[in-house]
Design a protein around this ligand. Sequence first.
Ligand SMILES: [Zn+2]
Length: 64
Amino acid sequence: MLNLKCDICGKLITEPGALLFSPPIDEKFRVEKFHICKSCYKNKLQRILRYNNILKFKNDSKDL
Ligand SMILES: [Zn+2]
């Protein structure tokens, strides 16, 4: 069981939805990592991806 909190809603993640990495933030190319729960992925990120047609060909059949 994961013991992580979603970086969007702050709730404990029971079902992982997505991992988001920032662009490199320093000269060592370290990145910020965000954990996103399934609910936020579905309600927030997936909507953005769909809106921009990013998921049009990739995940049409995969309904989370
Ligand atoms: Zn969340």
